[in-house]
Design a protein around this ligand. Structure first.
Ligand code: ADP
Ligand code: GN1
Ligand code: MG
Length: 365
């Protein structure tokens, strides 16, 4: 998407000059693949304001009203769970409504914006650095599931239908291969063959009869904020895909993004492997919070979750590459292919180490 033409106007839609001071400017923020996120700065101090703006990617989220309805319910429930606890304003996201009273503001180009309370003095990680960080991030996501286990009905909307339906993701890849919109099939034969050889695993979670819960569904490590001072993971962010799902989806994406010491788009595939100490830390952290409510069948499903969600992301990155990069933001020409290759290498490593992963999970009960 092009840079916004009138960010100052967007800022004023959410807060007055009296509240924030004179608008000085904004800078893109974070490394998300979906939305355009900005930090905004105000006079007189020039210090960053306690507000973060996001232009919503409506190509990905086709029904923004329904999306915001989910988020309003989820954030209100999290706030209620935290009532009375110290530092609660930094432990859950909160929307800042537009001055119109609505959650979303349409700018003069028709793009939709929302504002969040900025969670200050935190950092996010595109790659986990230590077992202690892996434990922290996984504990935060486990706690998030626990907090939302008491969300009253009705069922949340599916903001992206079939989001973790791996067989449908596989079918989308076959479609992309058949269309070959960007003329890239010829050069991706090895990746296509790897994906096809594992088609039989695609149904492992969706067909297992596991209970539906409220899950985050995008538990990659940069969707949790760590406190600058204590290093604790204090706040789960990126709530757009919070919807009904399986506990294993969340655990699986943690394994994908927190147990490999290299980034998601690592091009030196020799560096891609599951690190057993990181895996154990993720499992311990997640189960320290979620262990209290998971059923035995859900705990059993955690063994294959990492391999399956990593495979699913490989399918999605490859599909996007074949479609000509229409979904994920990219920062270099073959970025989606690099991401796909890294995921496939991690799938291979997870397959190789599956008995050890099972033993670790079993030892944790
Ligand atoms: P995307 O869907 O594009 O990944 P996110 O909601 O994850 O968008 O936001 C992108 C990045 O912006 C995050 O990884 C985080 O670094 C930062 N961020 C988002 N919301 C906040 C917030 N309320 N406070 C502080 N940082 C935030
Ligand atoms: C996207 O929004 P972000 O960057 O946190 C994507 C996830 C993928 C991830 C891969 C809505 O997450 O599903 O796992 O990229 N989000 C959406 O890095 O598709
Ligand atoms: Mg994100």
């Amino acid at each position: 998407m092009n840079p916004p033409r009138d960010l100052a106007g967007v800022v004023r839609a959410f807060a007055t000059e009296g509240e924030l001071g004179e608008y000085l400017g904004a800078e893109p923020y974070g490394n998300g693949h979906i939305h355009d996120t900005y930090r905004v700065f105000f006079a007189p101090s020039g210090a960053p304001a306690r507000i973060i703006l996001q232009r919503i990617n409506t190509h990905v989220f086709r029904n923004p009203e329904v999306l915001m309805e989910n988020i309003a319910r989820v954030t209100a429930h999290l706030a209620a769970q935290l009532a009375g606890s110290p530092d609660r304003d930094r432990r859950a996201l909160a929307l800042i409504p537009a001055r119109s009273g609505r959650a979303l503001h349409a700018d003069r180009d028709g793009h939709l914006w929302r504002a969040w309370r900025f969670i200050d003095s935190t950092f996010s990680l595109d790659q986990i650095g230590s077992p202690a960080q892996a434990f922290e991030a996984a504990r935060a996501f486990g706690l998030f599931q626990q907090q939302l286990a008491t969300l009253p009905p009705p069922r949340l909307h599916d903001t992206i239908p079939g989001f973790h339906h791996t067989p449908k993701r596989y079918a989308a890849l076959e479609d992309a291969i058949a269309r070959d919109a960007a003329g890239r099939v010829h050069d991706t034969q090895a990746e296509i063959a790897f994906a096809r050889a594992r088609q039989s695993i695609a149904g492992l979670l969706v067909d297992a009869g596991l209970p539906e819960r409220v899950t985050h569904n995008d538990t990659k490590c940069n969707n949790v904020l760590f406190d600058d001072r204590t290093g604790q993971a204090i706040c789960v962010i990126d709530l757009d895909t919070v919807m009904p799902g399986l506990a294993a989806y969340d655990f699986g994406d943690m394994v994908r993004t927190m147990t490999c010491p290299s980034p998601e788009d690592e091009t030196d595939l020799a560096r891609i492997r599951v690190d057993l100490a990181l895996f154990e830390a993720v499992a311990r952290g997640y189960l320290s919070a979620a262990g209290s409510f998971l059923m035995p069948a859900e705990k059993d499903s955690l063994v294959v979750a990492g391999k399956l969600i990593t495979y699913e992301l490989a399918l999605r990155f490859l599909t996007d590459y074949l479609n000509g990069d229409t979904y994920f933001k990219i920062h270099r020409p073959a970025h989606n292919l690099d991401r796909c290759r890294a995921q496939l290498a991690l799938v291979a490593s997870l397959e190789e180490h599956e008995p050890e992963l099972a033993r670790i999970l079993q030892s944790l009960g």
